[in-house]
Design a protein around this ligand. Sequence first.
Ligand code: ZN
Length: 324
Amino acid sequence: MNSNEIKILAIESSCDETAAAVVVNGRDVRSNVISSQIALHTLYGGVVPEIASRKHIEKINQVIGQALSDAGMTLDDMDAIGVTYGPGLVGALLVGVAEAKAISYAKKLPLVGVHHIEGHISANYIENKDLEPPFLCLVVSGGHTHLVKVLDYGKYEILGKTRDDAAGEAFDKVAHEGNPHAVEFPRAKIVDGPYDFSFSGLKSAVLNYLNGCKMKNIPIVQADIAASFQKAVTDVLIGNAMKAIDEFGMDKFAIAGGVASNGTLREGMRAACEKKGVAFYHPSPIFCTDNAAMIGVAAYYDFMRGQRDGLDLNAVPNLKLGER
Ligand code: ZN
């Protein structure tokens, strides 16, 4: 056994994925197990918190066991336990946090609580071994839209976030084959928050457009509307990101979160970065959606900085990034 290796068992249960992973020295993912509940929640048209909590309880031991056996290790090989403690659904988070605390207590292992968004950002370190702070990161998922300055490991400055709906909600519903220039939807600018986002006006514009078509008996080409909608969202995300790159003189830019695997957004960002001579980073799709490997990466850097949580660690559903 190599004593220079720091092995972290990471647990993620903030929404509808029960996940566990083993990460060695922060960037070496030895296992990454994800049990998704998506099919179950689709029946109800969205994530049902109570069902999510119950499913996490049913799956978590099995998922952790699988992560350890995939890595060819046992709990006795671990040096620390990392766990998402917020933000997310409180009941779902509690399952992971309680499990992590139980293992920490039983095996006398240090406990490290991780912010979910910090995990998403850290997913970029897994495959981009050269990436180090400082850099700029756009985190986009079904629940989050954050433009973040990563000052150092564990040190973040939020430049902007969404004032209303997350950008991911928009991407969730769109197709990819339409004409993005078919309809010119508005790009919202926020005067008192240059890096903030707003997508509710855009959603209303789409509804108004659809109603207008119905009233005038104009045929609706769904794929075109979806593509135009996606283009409007992407333009705003890219616009704000490039503005921040200019203002703060950043030479590295990363995207993260579930929507980071969206081809239109990724290629748009890549092209915009190339134009400016800025290095562009993104995780593989498997590390974009919720997973525990990213939590293990973040936990490693938190652990190395000396962060230790007690058995009083609690789930914090509305945890802010960089709060401690
Ligand atoms: Zn997430």
